[in-house]
Design a protein around this ligand. Structure first.
Ligand code: FES
Length: 257
């Protein structure tokens, strides 16, 4: 038999659950695509996958950083290389290839690939646009940034445009809050040789659309802050403190002692 406090708690829980059921907007949307695997024609363990000849050299170089009895320490850089080679995502056969190289059971590699949100378990666009969704960026308008991108590209979050060029995902804080809101562009257009992962800061809904159109034309928007009034992460309009030469620290005259 529940006491009055427990009954009240159950009633509140049911009320909140009802609100979430009735309003899809009220439920939390997940930043990454779902991480379970279902065999498909382009993602199954029978699909042959191996590193390219030039990447096999990089694999050797990566392994050389670790003791030979700790090959599994190389799992993250090897998955990263595999993802770059495979156009931005990791099919199960690529993860199996990495497991074979580092001599662990495949599940040990799946665990890593599904834990870190920079590893994509389903297809992404040649340009994967990642909007920071954490509080400072959210307060500065990241939801409007994401909405503008999704509307302009005609996709949902984690969906790829029909021409395969773009996808939009979400990341948590990327350590650039001083220039919030910001997005990252992972560029897989040139495979692992020309892969880049650049930050674009102080963005606005209009600016991210301009950037998408520049990327579509093969142009490179300038990295970093998109606010012309600011240098790097400095204050807009110039410095307001630390304007003169710094004074030397006070120092005791040792000869006078
Ligand atoms: S909250 Fe967006 S970079 Fe920190």
């Amino acid at each position: 038999m529940l006491g009055p406090a427990a009954r009240l708690a159950v009633r509140r829980f049911n009320e909140i659950r009802q609100v979430f059921r009735q309003s899809p907007q009220a439920s939390r949307s997940f930043s990454t695509a779902l991480n379970y695997h279902i065999d498909t024609p382009d993602n199954n363990p029978d699909m042959p996958w191996e590193f390219s000849a030039s990447n096999k050299e990089k694999v050797k170089e990566i392994l050389s950083h670790y003791p030979s009895n700790y090959k599994q320490s190389a799992v993250i850089p090897l998955l990263d290389l595999a993802q770059q080679q495979h156009g931005g995502w990791l099919p199960v056969s690529a993860m199996n290839a990495v497991a074979k190289i580092v001599e662990v059971a495949p599940i040990r590699v799946y665990e890593v690939a599904t834990f870190y949100s920079m590893f994509n378990r389903s297809k992404v666009g040649k340009y994967h646009l990642l909007v920071c969704g954490t509080t400072p960026c959210m307060i500065r308008g990241s939801r409007e940034i994401e909405a503008a991108l999704l509307k302009h590209l005609g996709v949902e979050r984690n969906e790829v445009t029909k021409d395969g060029m773009f996808s939009v995902g979400e990341m948590e804080c990327m350590g650039c809050c001083v220039n919030a809101p910001m997005i990252t562009v992972a560029d897989y257009t040139k495979g692992s040789e020309g892969y880049t992962y650049n930050y674009y800061e102080d963005v606005t809904p209009e600016r991210v659309i301009e950037m998408v159109e520049m990327l579509r034309k093969g142009e490179k928007p300038p990295r970093g802050t998109q606010n012309p009034g600011r240098i790097n992460a400095g204050p807009e309009g110039g410095n307001t403190t630390l304007l003169g030469e710094p004074k030397a620290p006070p120092c005791r005259d040792l000869d006078a002692c």
